[in-house]
Design a protein around this ligand. Sequence first.
Ligand code: ADE
Length: 245
Amino acid sequence: MFEGPFSESIIKRALEKGLIDIHLHNIRDWAPGKHAVTDDTPYGGGGGMVMKAEPIFLAVEAVLGLSPITAEEPRRETPCPIILLTPQGRPFTQRVAEELVEHERFALLCGRYEGVDERVREHLVTDQISLGDYVLSGGELAAMIVVDAVTRLLPGALGDPTGASDDSHSTGLLEYPHYTRPPQFRGWPIPEILVSGHHGKIEAWRREQALLRTLAHRPDLLASAALTEKERRWLAEQAEQNRDG
Ligand code: ADE
């Protein structure tokens, strides 16, 4: 599953440049017995299968070099965050990506089936992250998305030296619109201002567009965005005009 996303584009280049290192481990390799069983039916009944605690504990302990975690010897300091991908986790946002990029390394644990044995949550992981309010078939896609969002924050990962600083969400707002050649496409022109050569005005237009776009599509973001008083007043006027119009 990981091969495609990790062998293309920004992640591929980051791996080649040695900016990141990714190690994949199959939990099944730590499942005891000939059949390497990683799941079982839930206590208490109900549908679906549950991932067993033992292979997960063994895998994480082996990979991170931890001594066995038990009720008598609970997990102490971990060498890095151990993050379970689950729809029950805290929402993954640009802020969380910015938090993770500060760590030398982190471990992403991908659940499958109906879920994982609760003792993994209680006694093994240090954090739980959700991609959003929907259910995926497993944590793998979520893990790849986390790796992608974090990798592009590393200095040198993007071709553009300004990096990810203008991206949607890094400023707390949605990004302004982009245009490239041709200036006329099927009768639709680009905004005149972008070819005016007036950098100050272009910056001001972009900021205004980012604000309007955020107001239109994600007004919830405005409450915590870094806005000036003037911008807040202007947005309130725009919102009012939208209501009246
Ligand atoms: N695994 C299944 N659904 C998920 C979600 N929404 N986020 C993270 N991991 C998941």
